[in-house]
Design a protein around this ligand. Structure first.
Ligand code: DMJ
Length: 648
């Protein structure tokens, strides 16, 4: 019998199997690689089964009596300390009486029969497979392929349709035109700044995450991984909506409908993606009622869930949107997750459960809260680092600025967003703030109240721009604070606002530095070169807005206007707005980045500062940490799936 060396298959030529090497009836059949692979699989399954049979035998002591020639392998050696326990077990078995002997023999018999039967069945199955014709095998492969295609299609079709849920009462989405002509004029100017930022991004960076306003091209940072997810579009949507820039909003919506795809191979920051994308999409949904935003938010949220697959349930800082593999920042204390990152998910995740009926989101964030509640807190403070593998704190650093900030903010806002029913969140916030006041908040020699940073039992007399948001937080939390301390917290908010304003006022550009000191005769000024930059951050203006809403003291509008003018004067370029590297220099250089939060937060807070209070009132809306408004959920009337007490 001659066997052609090669037969053409699908345009490729591959060698045949040697006929003498197998019981394959169609000796001359040529096998494709996939078929060979199946055969190999079958054979290896068969071999595995043979070996597996031995390994699954119930007790080592019984194996000894099998005439399989494997005693030496299966019976532990007496001199092995790890296996000494098994050896002593053997002695006990050998010491049994005749009845036991008989029983053992029977068991062995039946076990041997079982193995024999298994072998025969496997052999039979293997033979049947091998007997199949090439066509049959091809048909099987095709069926498998079809199944895979079907699964893929199902995946592409996106999540199952979401259950209908009542839209929370959306009030205060009004024009908010202020009665004062001066405020109206200023508000128009802020809207014009937003137009310039948006149009520049539209022209030069469309679809990229951010914009390089000097180079006039797209920009991105590692928080978005290697992706083009249009972060600026998503972050800016609700600001556009609130400002009545509806054409621009529609443009953004269209881009999202046609281009926003989260199945990309990009390792993103769970925190940043949550606050900017999920927060932004949810806010756009609640404001406009357009389903696409809700669907996209849910699709993205599903991609973030694998980040919670850690030994403790404390999520990784980063997750790959495609593979679901998570990890932490290399710089974070011995592989730790960060308080302000895993502690800033609650608002969005509660809304996700509300909108999808899927309890997973709510349960994930409640698990984090419960875990934290059980932990010891040095001096009542929450350290910024927590190891997701061990569940232990990393370095004992505490801060209300970067790494800690929005954890405290979300405790307060969880309570507000639940229509003040989540009293556990409120209590946790109150306790945390009490410890912060005791250990971190001080008055400088010049009478400026500041929030320092706690580092291993030592207070660093330095405050970050990021910590300036806390003025607004204290004011927002004043009502409802324990021991009738509402006045105290409103005052504390005012003092922080004043200090942060000083940090702006003591610079050449009237823009605040990234961090400022209260040490060695210094008051609210930056010392190190790498702390002198301003990157279009919102926190100081955010505090002005909250203070304005609670006090209507005109100085807050005045301070906000000073900041707006400085931004327009020193950060505006023909291609958008840029951060500056040194606020103490009259001739600053640009960092050439238009941050997405400039459109999401800085300009939105400025606009609201010059609007009337009936636009987005606090009774109905709570702003997430990226200034995306989410409606208050009247949880007195709603039960979130997963929040019900466990059934007995
Ligand atoms: C924003 O992305 C959010 O406010 C976050 O909580 C921290 N700060 C940046 C802007 O400064």
């Amino acid at each position: 019998m001659t066997t052609p060396a090669l037969l053409p298959l699908s345009g490729r030529r591959i060698p045949t199997l040697s006929p003498g090497a197998s019981s394959f009836p169609h000796h001359r059949a040529t096998l494709r690689l996939s078929e060979k692979f199946i055969l190999l699989l079958i054979l290896s399954a068969f071999i595995t089964l043979c070996f597996g049979a031995f390994f699954f035998l119930p007790d080592n002591s019984k194996h000894k009596r099998f005439d399989l020639g494997l005693e030496d392998v299966l019976i532990p050696h007496i001199d092995s300390p790890k296996e000494g326990k098994h050896a002593s077990g053997q002695v006990v078995i050998h010491g049994q009486g005749g009845h036991d002997e008989h029983r053992h023999r029977e068991e062995e018999e039946s076990l041997r029969d079982k193995i024999r039967a298994d072998h025969e069945r496997a052999l039979q199955e293997a033979k049947e497979k091998l007997r199949k014709s090439r066509e049959e095998l091809q048909a099987e492969i095709q069926t498998e392929k079809n199944k895979v295609m079907e699964d893929l299609k199902k995946k592409d079709a996106g999540p199952k349709p979401l259950p209908p849920v009542p839209m929370p009462k959306v009030v205060g989405v009004s024009d908010g035109e202020p009665p004062e002509p001066d405020a109206k004029e200023k508000r128009d100017k802020i809207r014009e700044m937003m137009k310039h930022a948006w149009d520049s991004y539209r022209q030069y960076g469309w679809g990229h995450n951010e914009l390089k306003p000097l180079a006039k091209k797209g920009h991105s940072t590692n928080i978005f991984g290697n992706s083009q997810l249009g972060a600026t579009i998503v972050d800016a949507l609700d600001t556009l909506y609130i400002m009545g820039l509806h054409e621009e909003f529609k443009d953004g919506q269209e881009w999202i409908e046609q281009n926003l795809d989260f199945g990309v191979n990009a390792e993103v920051s769970v925190f940043e993606v949550n606050i900017r994308f999920i927060g932004g999409l949810l806010a756009a949904y609640y404001l406009s009622g357009q389903e696409v935003f809700k669907l996209k938010a849910v699709q993205l949220a599903e991609k973030l869930l694998p980040a919670f697959n850690t030994p403790t349930g404390i999520p990784w800082a980063m997750v790959n949107l495609k593979s679901g593999v998570g990890r932490n920042w290399g710089w974070a204390s011995a592989g730790s997750s960060i308080l302000a990152e895993f502690g800033t998910l609650h608002m969005e995740f509660v809304h996700l459960t509300y909108l999808t009926g899927n309890p997973a989101y709510y349960q994930k964030v409640m698990h984090i809260r419960k875990l934290l509640a059980k932990m010891d807190r040095p001096n009542g403070l929450y350290p910024n680092y927590l190891n997701p593998r061990t569940g232990r704190w990393g370095q004992h650093h505490t801060s209300v600025g970067g790494l800690g900030d929005s954890f405290y903010e979300y405790l307060l806002k969880a309570w507000l967003m639940s229509d003040k029913t989540d009293t556990e969140a409120r209590k946790t916030y109150d306790d945390a703030i009490e410890a912060i006041e005791r250990h971190l908040i001080r008055k400088s020699n010049g009478g400026l109240t500041f929030i320092g940073e706690w580092k291993n039992g030592h207070l660093e007399r330095k405050m970050g721009h990021l910590a300036c948001f806390a003025g607004g937080m204290f004011a927002l939390g004043a009502d409802g604070s324990p021991d009738d301390k509402a006045g105290h917290y409103l005052q504390l908010g005012a003092e922080i606002a004043h200090t942060c304003h000083e940090s702006y006022d003591r610079t050449v550009l009237k823009l605040g530095p990234e961090a400022f000191k209260f040490d060695s005769g210094l008051e609210a000024v930056a010392v190190r070169q790498n702390e002198k930059y301003y990157i279009l951050r919102p926190e100081v203006i955010e505090t002005y807005w909250y203070m304005w809403r609670f006090t209507h003291d005109p100085k807050y509008r005045q301070w906000g206007w000073e900041a707006a003018q400085a931004i327009d004067k020193y950060c505006r370029v023909s291609g958008g707005f840029s951060g500056v590297k040194d606020v103490y220099s009259s001739n600053p250089t640009y960092d050439d980045v238009q941050q997405s939060f400039f459109l999401a937060e800085t300009l939105k807070y400025l606009y609201l500062l010059f609007s009337s209070d009936d636009l987005m009132p606090f009774e109905s809306w709570v702003f997430n940490t990226e200034a995306h408004p989410l409606p208050v959920l009247h949880l007195g009337n709603i039960t979130l799936p997963g929040s019900e007490p466990a059934q007995r």
